[in-house]
Design a binder for this molecule. Structure first.
Ligand code: BGC
Length: 737
């Protein structure tokens, strides 16, 4: 059997290598026929009708430029009719090189899945891969070849609106999710009619913008860069991601778009990356206001030297690259290398065989109306919801309750449930939470509905009506949160509380003596201390997508037992930010919250977050016991197994995400108190027990030392098994020789 598998693997590898060579030959042949202008054309990406960045202010005759071979790709186009028309123009160019059509298909195309941060809370790689798979299927049927996703930026600052688009704060979880998303979009091999190219963005360290302000500078040690921020990109590259996007921020003084260190040394050098790099929107041009380039020609030269292959809406390459080559400032070989990478992908997608192969009206109609996609969206959404608090089993609700009051600005929202980066969906198709509740409760249950205020909640004039409605009910549900456009790109906030007077709406309801169960919708961690203190139950739902209302109602009424865990820390106050579970110790650690004098502490707040990374409750209980290590020590390069028993101690079947954290207590550089190095999501029936094991190897103990070498250092290590980063249930130690 083993030999058969090995032979299959060898044959597949040999076949892939032969295919690569065949494409290389075709690319070379085409390149020989191209003029310099046509080569530069391949490096120019234009936006279609919609703009997802500042307009260039240029008057461009797009179709004329395409016919003249001056455009290689377009973003912000969609649909079979539109892409056919534009591709037809490309077919009138001298060499008939097909265009690549790209779009930000971030969490669904027509069927909207939860925002990426929400999906990440599922810790369920199959669900995340499926979501990307369906998004790709729909987009590919609608003429799209390429999505600008996944965003794999580690993000530890919830003021930054783009935390919504990523996998949260953790490097390991983020790397696993990066792999799942890339495989979901691309499948194992590009070229299928339901596979689109993915794009790992934003390279690099964009998530660490100073003060959480979008587009801001980043300054960080190289250890931090390599250890925390780069691994998800490496994981995406290893999974075969077709493209990378660089980023707006400067990193240690160099705009990422002009960084040879990032793009040439690391990505194309050390990682031997064969795909291409697209700039972010006008980020080549923006090196001028950064103060890194004198003018547009200088920016074009710096970007191509640094390894940015395609210029998105920056008009720097199209206007200046040919002249820079003719003037001897840029070598033709650099342009050839960029063009080669792009043409390679066009061949790989099969566009030279049939430039219209993704633009089939019948397929578009069938795929966009496939009912299984909505079913999947509901399932992924249920897995993404996080039960933050549940005292006295306030949840699940009784579906036979006589009267349920559904209060709050988001109770019947549709558009908000879709979140940001919506490309082809229709808010009318979204199931609001109220719709979901209606279809879950018994026919005799009466629903009373009051908004209280709109999402901005600038006035309390309707609070009294909401309180009156609640007073008639035996169950009160309050649905609050952000509107969809409060998180995402260019949506940084200094105050991440509930908008306006929403918190006061809760206070008004609670003051009436009712138990108020709270549902919070948002694209980022919010701060809601009064609710956290007083509400008996809180369900955090992110923006849960097209089927959000059904998914949330599934959890509220107990048809689905919640299993989500936070992929990012929820602070108590903005003053604690940046905050993450993976912190260093100090020389004056806070050991006793009551004695903060001369300790690393605040005088007005605990150090601990409101809800820690990895936190999330279930309707059942889980016990952890019998931790065992396969050996007390590990040889260098060896392995060790840690195992324990997980039991479902409650009355319902449920899933637990068990988390493995490691710590190197003494090393040549100080190490974080905890680092996530493994997790498993395990379904157990009531009373069921399972032995769970993780293998620990030297790679999991390694870190970047002061020479930037990745090494594990001999010594003691702590092993922690937890149900959250602040709920460590089992501990052990071992030595590495
Ligand atoms: C964003 C990218 C996005 C691009 C194209 C930029 O402003 O930073 O993430 O892919 O626009 O829409």
């Amino acid at each position: 059997m083993k030999t058969l598998l090995a032979t299959c693997l060898l044959l597949t590898t040999a076949f892939a290598a032969a295919q690569d060579k065949a494409i290389d030959r075709k690319v070379d042949e085409l390149l020989r026929k191209m003029t310099l202008e046509e080569k530069v054309g391949q490096l120019h990406q234009l936006s279609g009708r919609e703009f997802t960045g500042p307009a260039s202010g240029k008057h461009v005759n797009k179709l004329a430029d395409i016919r003249a071979g001056r455009v290689g790709s377009m973003l912000n186009v969609k649909g079979v009719a539109e892409t056919r028309e534009i591709q037809a123009a490309a077919m009138q160019s001298r060499l008939k090189i097909p265009l690549l059509f790209s779009l930000d298909v971030i969490h669904g195309y027509k069927t909207v899945f939860p925002v990426p941060l929400g999906e990440s809370a599922s810790w369920d790689m199959a669900a995340i891969e499926l979501s990307a798979r369906i998004a790709a299927r729909e987009a590919a049927a609608s003429g799209i070849h390429w999505t600008f996703a996944p965003m794999v930026d580690v993000a530890r600052d919830p003021r930054w609106g783009r935390v919504m688009e990523g996998a949260g704060e953790d490097t390991y979880l983020g790397s696993r999710i990066a792999t799942a998303r890339v495989l979901g979009f691309q499948t194992r091999q590009l070229g299928g009619l339901d596979a689109i190219m993915a794009c790992a963005k934003h390279f690099a360290a964009y998530g660490a913008a100073v003060a959480g302000r979008d587009y801001n500078a980043v300054d960080m040690s190289l250890q931090q860069l390599h250890e925390v921020y780069l691994p998800p990109f490496k994981a995406a590259a290893d999974a075969g991601v077709a493209t990378f996007m660089n980023s707006f921020n400067s990193l240690n003084g160099v705009p990422a778009t002009g960084s040879s260190y990032l793009q040439r040394d690391i990505l194309k050098g050390q990682w031997k990356y064969k795909g291409f790099v697209v700039s972010d929107w006008a980020s080549v041009k923006e090196m001028v206001p950064h103060g890194f380039a004198n003018d547009l020609p200088d920016a074009a030269g710096k970007a191509i030297h640094a390894g940015s292959d395609m210029d998105m809406e920056g008009y720097a390459y199209t206007a200046h690259l040919a002249k820079l080559v003719q003037g001897g400032k840029v070598k033709m070989a650099l342009v050839d290398d960029a063009v080669r990478r792009i043409l390679y992908k066009k061949f790989e997608l099969g566009l030279f065989d049939d430039p219209f192969r993704f633009s089939d009206a019948k397929r578009e109609h069938d795929v966009l109306n496939d009912p299984s996609h909505r079913q999947a969206a509901r399932d992924v959404a249920r897995k993404s919801l996080v039960l933050l608090k549940n005292e006295n089993a306030a949840l699940p609700l009784d579906r036979k309750a006589k009267t349920i009051a559904v209060i709050g600005p988001l109770a019947d929202a549709r558009r908000d449930l879709e979140g940001g980066w919506i490309v082809k969906s229709d808010a009318d198709n979204v199931v609001s939470l109220l719709d979901g509740i209606r279809s879950h409760v018994s026919p005799d249950t009466k629903l009373v509905v009051a908004k209280g205020c709109d999402t901005a909640c600038t006035s309390d004039k309707d609070f009294a009506a909401a309180v009156a409605a609640a007073s008639t009910a035996d169950t009160v549900l309050l649905v609050v949160g952000e509107s969809w456009d409060m998180s995402g790109e260019a949506k940084s906030r200094t105050d991440i509380g509930l908008p306006g007077l929403q918190g006061k709406l809760f206070d008004a309801l609670a003051a009436s003596g009712k138990q108020v169960v709270v549902v919070i919708m948002a694209g980022r961690p919010l701060i809601f201390n009064n609710i956290a203190d007083k509400a008996p139950a809180i369900l955090y739902t992110w923006f849960a997508g097209t089927e959000g209302g059904n998914a949330i109602a599934d959890v509220l009424f107990g048809d689905y037992n919640p299993s989500g865990k936070l992929p990012i820390t929820f602070p108590r106050s903005v003053g604690q930010i940046p905050i993450s579970y993976s912190q260093y110790n100090t020389g004056r650690p806070l050991l006793d919250e009551k004695n903060v004098v001369y300790k690393s502490a605040y005088i007005d707040s605990p150090n601990t977050p409101r809800y820690a990374f990895g936190h999330g409750l279930s309707y059942t209980g889980f016990a952890y016991s019998d931790l065992a290590l396969s050996a007390a020590s590990m040889a260098p390069g060896g392995k060790l197994t840690v195992s324990f028993t997980l039991s479902n101690t409650g009355k319902r079947a449920g899933e637990e995400v068990v988390q493995l954290y490691l710590n190197d207590p003494v090393a040549s550089l100080v190490r974080p108190l905890k680092e996530l190095k493994g997790f498993q999501k395990i379904m157990l029936q009531p009373g069921e027990q399972r032995t769970v094991s993780f293998t620990i190897d030297a790679g999991m103990l390694a870190f970047y030392n002061d020479k930037l070498a990745l090494r594990a250092e001999p010594g003691d290590f702590n092993v922690m098994i937890g149900s959250a980063s602040d709920a460590i249930r089992l501990k052990a130690k071992f030595r590495m020789e």
